[in-house]
Design a protein around this ligand. Structure first.
Ligand code: AMP
Ligand code: GLY
Length: 428
């Protein structure tokens, strides 16, 4: 423990999703937590007697010893800079570092500069040039918005015609507005994916346990890309040696390039990696915890999360994160119409019953409650139903049992989260 981490009694978490709920629960083991704006799930007293309080007020007006900023949008908009200018201790990069996520073209430029393996790519604002480059690549074709699109701005397709139409729709501003007026076209990669969250204090970095996320909306990885429909941790195919290699080859060089540019990056670097036949490659970097990866990584965290994040925020990272052997599986329950046009306002049944089940936590994401009335849906991803178990199979069956207890009209969820890995576990 350092001077900075020892002084933390109250932490303010900025955000209102499932990721922030998981952060609040795990921080709440050792400190009181205020979440702004929070949601109905983030209120109460933790088993260790600390309070969780949702409070819809600007972070700049909240009194706390440490600020943890959840989503990318406030980071890109400079909230960490504004809080630091008030003398606050902040976990999260300033606008200079957050640009990595705010512009995929900028991220790709830094990856090239740092020599980090990634898909071949080109950046375009003219459709004809983008299509000409696309035609030089073999399928699958990948077209990404340059700007922020909540995980939905990526098209991966075997159809050249679909990829070309997507370039037109993005560059014209029709499909994603200004975020799509520049696109990154890149080589399609194959292999299992791994999300690695790495805590950075500007100079030093330590990884958290790896997780895998399910990006497509429907079973068998079909349907549109989403923010993430479920996750599990640990990954049987990513051991500690591979994590160390990924940090050394793919994350540390980025922190080095940021430092060389005078960017003091204190927060989490989220590397989205694909383990391709020719070695691990970076698909993307995000400047925040993953959602729903956080909902499976943090419940496995052992120790004092507030101290770890305070150390990083103070530039004094000394702790080594440890994780329980138990596995965690999270199944996201989404509203009908997600991701294009989610229907909201439906009362959610069964929350208490599911939340009382063994080793289950129901993280709230898109929920709302007015004047003590029923909890109703208020966003696309509504809940992240997470369970721990001694194996992935056990965690998975607990999570799905809890999902079965919850409902509202037209809710949707994938039925195959962590299914393949649970099956392979049973034949080992
Ligand atoms: P991103 O937001 O860049 O991580 O992309 C979202 C998802 O699209 C990733 O998790 C992958 O499943 C897929 N994807 C992105 N880039 C590629 C690529 N170059 N090749 C194959 N799939 C990709
Ligand atoms: N689960 C993907 C993300 O957080 O970007």
């Amino acid at each position: 423990m350092t001077a900075a981490s020892g002084a933390v009694r109250t932490v303010c978490v900025v955000g209102s999703g499932g990721r922030e709920h998981a952060l609040a629960e795990v921080l709440g083991r050792t400190v009181d937590v205020i979440i702004t704006p929070g949601n109905p799930g983030m209120n109460g007293v933790t088993p260790s007697g600390h309070t969780l309080t949702s409070l819809d007020r600007p972070a700049e007006e909240i009194d706390a010893d440490l600020f943890v900023i959840g989503p990318e949008v406030p980071l890109v908009n400079g909230l960490a800079d504004r809080l630091r200018a008030q003398g606050k201790l902040v976990f999260g990069p300033g606008a200079d570092g957050a640009r990595i996520e705010g512009s995929k073209a900028f991220m790709k430029e830094l990856l090239a500069e740092a020599g980090i393996p990634t898909a071949r790519f080109g950046t375009f604002d003219e459709p004809e040039a983008a299509k000409a480059f696309l035609r030089t690549l073999p399928p699958p074709y990948v077209v990404k918005t340059d700007g922020l699109a909540a995980g939905k701005g990526v098209l991966v397709t075997d159809s050249l015609a679909e990829a070309e139409a997507d370039i037109d729709a993005k560059l014209s501003g029709d499909s994603f507005g200004p975020a799509g007026e520049r696109v990154v076209v890149e080589e399609g990669l194959t292999g299992p994916e791994c999300s690695l969250l790495v805590i950075c204090d500007g100079t030093r970095l330590v990884p958290l346990a790896p997780a895998q996320d399910f990006k497509r909306r429907d079973d068998n990885d079909e349907g549109p890309n989403t923010g993430g429909m479920g996750a599990y941790s640990p990954l049987p195919f990513v051991d500690d040696d591979l994590v160390a290699r990924l940090v050394e080859e793919s994350v540390a060089p980025l922190l080095g390039v940021l430092r060389a540019r005078g960017i003091d990056y204190r927060g989490v670097l989220y590397a989205g990696l694909m383990l391709t036949p020719s070695g691990p490659k970076v698909l993307e970097f995000n400047v925040r915890f993953g959602d729903p990866e956080t909902q499976v990584v943090l419940p496995r965290f052992e120790g004092d999360l507030a101290a770890l994040l305070a150390e990083a925020a103070a530039g004094e990272l000394v702790s080594t994160p440890r994780f329980v052997d138990d596995a965690a599986v999270c199944v996201v329950m989404a509203a009908r119409g997600y991701p294009e046009a989610p229907e909201v306002g439906d009362p959610v049944e069964g929350l208490d019953e599911a939340g009382a089940m063994e080793s289950v936590t129901v993280f709230h994401a898109g929920t709302r409650q007015v004047d003590g009335g029923p909890v109703v849906t208020s966003g696309g991803r509504v809940l992240g139903v997470t369970a721990l178990g001694s194996s992935i199979a056990e965690a998975r069956s607990r999570a799905y049992r809890a999902v079965e207890a919850i409902g509202w009209p037209g809710h949707l969820h994938r039925r195959d989260i962590a299914a393949r890995v649970a099956e392979s576990e049973s034949v080992r």
